[in-house]
Every structure is written in structure tokens, then in C-alpha cells.
Design a protein around this ligand. Structure first.
Ligand SMILES: Nc1nc2c(c(=O)[nH]1)N[C@H]1C(S)=C(S)[C@@H](COP(=O)(O)O)O[C@H]1N2
Ligand SMILES: [Mo]
Length: 199
């Protein structure tokens, strides 16, 4: 995996109540991408939720921007042990997107431009816990951090927050994504230190 980062220069303050076990704090914002950064023109960008029956719900960039946005401030935790507290994003709650979707699927597979995938239980995308975000700290989301838009699921390790999100496939059975197939934990709860299979 190609790791590009400015280094882990943040202060260490382990043991803080808001820091999951085995994590340390950073002040900068490392970039972790398993491949090259896709460049997706906004007039070609689309977000598609596909249900288990093959029904497709599609939003163009204009459609997406017309949806009600929220500005969550959340802590993020990477499985490579850095955590960043109080990150501020702008985007659309998955509750809003899924509101239009009829499904009885239990699982979701996030699919990115460039081919990255990651799986999550569908219920973890509900109840105000997940967003498709297009701004970071008030500015358009930089491409290296997943722009035009990425998934943000801060209660799970950050590999679940797929950058360059293109679609979400709802499936009746659990299908492993990119890192999950490579041995990362299927669920990835940082508070239970679910880094790898068997944790
Ligand atoms: N499409 C895509 N999404 C991805 C990744 C990736 O390689 N490709 N890396 C994941 C991992 S391991 C982490 S820690 C975060 C990193 O996000 P950042 O580069 O904005 O810090 O994105 C996640 N989402
Ligand atoms: Mo990561």
C-alpha cells in the first residue's frame, strides 16, 4: 500500500478518554491511499445505491448538493494507529440517502472510483452515524482525502470510510472489501481494537 504522509508529528497523549486503545494523536492529516488518486470530473460524478433486487438510486453532483447537509465534528481512528480528534466535515447523512431506498438487505459494500471497496453492516450506516461528505473544514474535500466525496463512518476504523465514493451496494450476504479480504477485521471497531481477523 502506498503511504503518503507528512509524518506522525503529532503530540502523543495516550490514555486520553477519547483515544481508543493502541492509538496515538496526530495534529496533521495523514493521507493513506492503496493506489493512485482518481480524478473524477463533477459533471461525470455519480453516486449510486444499488439494492439487492438490482434497483438503482442515482444522484448526480447537482442532485447530491441539493440534499440537506450536516456538518459533523468527529474523531477518526486509522488502523495504523493514528487518531485525529475533532475533524469537521460537511455532507449528507446516509439516513437521507437511504430514506429513498427500499431494501431488506443487511449488508453494504461501499465501492469507490479506482476500485477500492469496503464492507459494513447496513445498520452502521443508519441513525446519524455515517455521511457522504464533500467538504473538510469548510473547504471542498481535497482529492487526496477522497474528493469529490467520500464515505465518513467515524465509529469504525477509518479504512471503512471509502474515499472517492461511487456507490453503495446493498447485499443480503456479507461480501468482504479490499482490506477485509487482505486480513483486516470484518467490522473494525476501534474501541474493541478489531484491527485484524481474529481480534
Ligand atoms: N478509495 C479508497 N478509500 C480509502 C482508502 C483507499 O486506499 N482507497 N484508504 C482507507 C484508509 S486505510 C484510511 S486510513 C483512510 C485514509 O483517509 P485519508 O487519506 O483522508 O487520511 O481512507 C480509507 N479509504
Ligand atoms: Mo487506514
Amino acid at each position: 500500500m502506498g503511504i503518503v504522509s507528512r509524518g506522525f508529528t503529532g503530540r502523543r497523549r495516550t490514555g486520553a478518554a477519547d483515544l481508543p486503545p493502541g492509538q496515538y494523536l496526530v495534529d496533521d492529516f495523514p493521507v493513506l491511499s492503496a493506489g493512485p488518486t482518481p480524478r473524477v470530473p463533477l459533471d461525470e460524478w455519480e453516486l449510486v445505491i444499488t439494492t439487492e433486487t438490482g434497483e438503482r438510486h442515482r444522484w448526480s453532483w447537482t442532485d447530491f448538493l441539493a440534499l440537506p447537509a450536516e456538518t459533523p465534528t468527529v474523531d477518526i481512528h486509522c488502523v495504523t494507529r493514528w487518531s485525529k480528534l475533532g475533524t469537521r466535515w460537511t455532507g449528507v447523512s446516509l439516513d437521507v440517502l437511504l430514506d429513498e431506498v427500499e431494501t431488506s438487505a443487511d449488508h453494504a459494500l461501499a465501492e469507490s472510483y479506482g476500485g477500492y471497496t469496503t464492507n459494513l453492516p447496513l445498520e452502521d450506516l443508519r441513525d446519524g452515524r455515517a455521511w457522504v461528505v464533500h467538504k473538510y473544514d469548510g473547504d471542498p474535500l481535497p482529492a487526496e482525502h477522497g474528493g469529490p466525496a467520500r464515505l465518513l463512518v467515524p465509529h469504525l476504523y477509518f479504512w471503512k470510510s471509502a474515499k472517492w465514493l461511487n456507490g453503495i451496494r446493498l447485499t443480503p450476504t456479507d461480501e468482504s472489501g479490499f482490506w477485509e479480504t487482505a486480513g483486516y477485521h470484518d467490522y473494525g471497531d476501534p474501541w474493541r481494537e478489531q484491527r485484524y481477523q481474529g481480534d
